[in-house]
Design a protein. Structure first.
Lengths: 323, 258
């Protein structure tokens, strides 16, 4: 595997003894989308700041596209695209002017910038608003322009720090689709930070959960969830008196664990929901139990977070967002 | 070096665009000096009668002082643009791009030079309309404006440095208000050095605002001593370089705090 991003032992302490990073380790394969998931203050943004050369670590080392971020920051800056949490657009300039300046700073020629800006504005649906001042844009439009700003100079590694925070859910999923498509078309490596479980799940091919400046667990989302050993199966029955028989029947099926009764339904954990359901159904049928409904649910990233961090992600988030 | 020049040009272009879209900034910073030129010019018209004043028209005497003062005011506020950029994340975006650090300082200073030239030309026009002679002619006016641009770069660099270290509008406003009036009055803007108390004349000798005024006044006189003018311009250029260097250092301090 070729790594586009590599970091080891990153430590960053801010004045007042706040340890934002505490030995963070990270490796991102070229051409993939990697998600850094964690609540606010976990150290995601600090990681991005160090990898994009904005900030320097107190200890540890990191490289992006094979270039050392501490020794060759200038060369790193030339190869990366950054879409930061705070947009950083010039509100007095039009979208086209913003893009032109960004491209020219990256040493692009006038004609090249012009063509590339037009292409990106078109692809991101901003062609009609291209000559309006960015300050007049809606939140969603500004975010799309931010993406264009990050891509204008054809970077090989793109950093997206909380790209959809503060956007409507509808715009958010449109944004996910857009970013994923652009990444694929341009063969980019993307490091994405987010505090939306769904965002990490949908966009990232691998993710790391960050907690207190360290990576607590890392892997492909599906694998992390599979690591929880199994899906949840819930069987709803027509008659309550069948409960005992249903439980007994399920316990005999191979691979079914933790069978529990809950009113009219019986719950269990299985390794693979899809393959277990036929066996469960035939066992119940032969035991003479009439089934009203069967639901299989995959373990969510929230379950992974709960298991690794010891708190549910949702509880962290509500805590963060209530001042 | 060519990259630095290209980037400085690009950044200045950005700041000039901002100026072009909010030209009221030029007008606002002009109000005070214009009032001073017209009001002081009328109010103290007869100070020239004091023996040893050495000028026979007070407006003529005031022009270099008012130009330098306007440059000082405009330059003091130039750090505001940097604070805006810091707040909006514009600065961070440039810092993760290949943009040269010094060009981020040079951009607002390029804009400042244009502002100072426009303001100075307006002041010269007003003074001529009020009957000033300006014996030094167009060449003298150009040199006076040049001195004030150098002064503006020094003060603008200092303002940028304060902006990058303090990162708060309130702090910058406080610092500018603290500096601007003493720098204006501890100079020969309104009264020749021979007629001010000795300690004021002593302090003025180290005041960059006074360098710009004295350099300009010499250049605007009927028979300028160009080596004098050159010395003042040299001092101002040194001050501008020093403050510009300070501002790039402050950029480093900002980055360490991120």
């Amino acid at each position: 595997m070729t790594s586009a991003i590599r970091a080891a032992g990153l430590v960053k302490e801010y004045p007042g003894g706040i340890r934002a990073l505490d030995g963070l380790r990270l490796e991102v394969e070229a051409g993939t989308v990697f998600g850094l998931l964690g609540p606010n203050g976990a150290g995601k943004s600090t990681t991005v700041k160090i990898l994009t050369t904005l900030s320097q670590p107190d200890a540890g080392e990191a490289s992006v596209a094979g270039l050392d971020v501490l020794r060759e920051p200038e060369r790193v800056r030339a190869t990366i695209g950054v879409i930061a949490q705070r947009s950083g657009l010039d509100p007095e300039a039009t979208a086209r002017e913003n893009l032109t300046l960004q491209g020219r700073i990256h040493g692009m020629r006038r004609a090249d910038v012009r063509a590339r800006a037009a292409e990106l504005l078109d692809r991101l649906g901003l062609a009609e608003a291209a000559d309006r001042r960015a300050g007049t844009y809606s939140g969603g439009m500004q975010r799309r322009l931010d993406i264009a700003m990050g891509l204008i100079h054809r970077p090989s590694v793109l950093f997206l720090d909380e790209p959809t925070t503060g956007l409507d859910p509808e715009i958010r999923s449109a944004m996910w689709a857009e970013i994923t498509r652009l990444a694929r078309d341009e063969g980019l490596t993307i490091l994405l930070t987010t505090h939306y479980l769904e965002e990490a799940d949908q966009m990232a091919s691998r993710l790391a959960i960050v907690e207190r400046g360290r990576v607590v667990v890392e892997g492909p989302p599906a694998e992390l969830k599979a690591g929880l050993r199994g899906d949840a199966v819930a069987v709803d029955l027509r008659r309550p008196e069948a409960n005992g028989r249903a439980v007994a029947a399920l316990e005999r099926v191979a691979g079914v664990r933790e069978v529990l009764m809950e009113g009219l339904s019986v719950r269990a954990r299985v390794d693979e929901g899809a393959t277990a359901v036929p066996a469960v159904l035939s066992a119940l049928e032969s035991a003479g139990v009439t089934v009203a409904a069967v639901t299989v649910s995959r373990p969510s990233l929230d379950d992974v977070y709960l298991q690794r961090v010891g708190r549910s992600f949702a509880s962290d988030e509500t805590k963060e967002e209530t001042p | 070096m060519t990259t630095l020049l290209t980037h400085s040009g690009l950044m200045s272009g950005r700041w000039l665009r901002i100026l072009w879209r909010q030209p009221w900034f030029v007008a606002i910073t002009l109000v005070q000096p214009v009032i001073w030129l017209l009001l002081f010019g009328a109010l103290f018209e007869r100070v020239i009668e004091i023996p040893g004043f050495g000028s026979d028209d007070y407006i003529d005497f005031l022009v270099p002082g008012i130009i330098a003062m306007t440059a000082l005011f405009s330059a003091g506020w130039s750090g505001m643009g940097i604070i805006n950029d810091l707040d909006r994340g514009v600065m961070d975006r440039f810092l993760v791009s290949p943009a040269r650090r010094a060009s981020l300082i040079a951009g607002p200073l390029g804009q400042l030079a244009v502002i100072v030239v426009i303001q100075a030309l307006i002041i010269v026009g007003l003074a001529l309309a009020r009957g000033a002679d300006l014996p030094g002619g167009a060449g003298g006016v150009a040199v006076t404006i040049g001195c004030s641009v150098l002064l503006a770069w020094a003060i603008g660099g200092l303002s940028s440095a304060i902006a990058l270290v303090a990162r708060k509008e309130e702090t910058l406003i406080g610092a500018v208000n603290f500096l601007v009036l003493p720098l204006t009055f501890l100079s020969t803007a309104f009264m020749p050095g021979d007629l001010t108390p000795g300690w004021v004349a002593d302090v003025a000798r180290y005041n960059p605002v006074d360098w710009a005024i004295e350099g300009g006044r010499e250049a605007l006189s009927a028979d300028p001593d160009w080596s004098d003018v050159g010395a003042y311009a040299g001092l101002l250029a040194l001050a501008a370089l020093l403050c510009g260097w300070l501002a790039t250092r402050a950029m480093g301090a900002y980055q360490r705090s991120v």
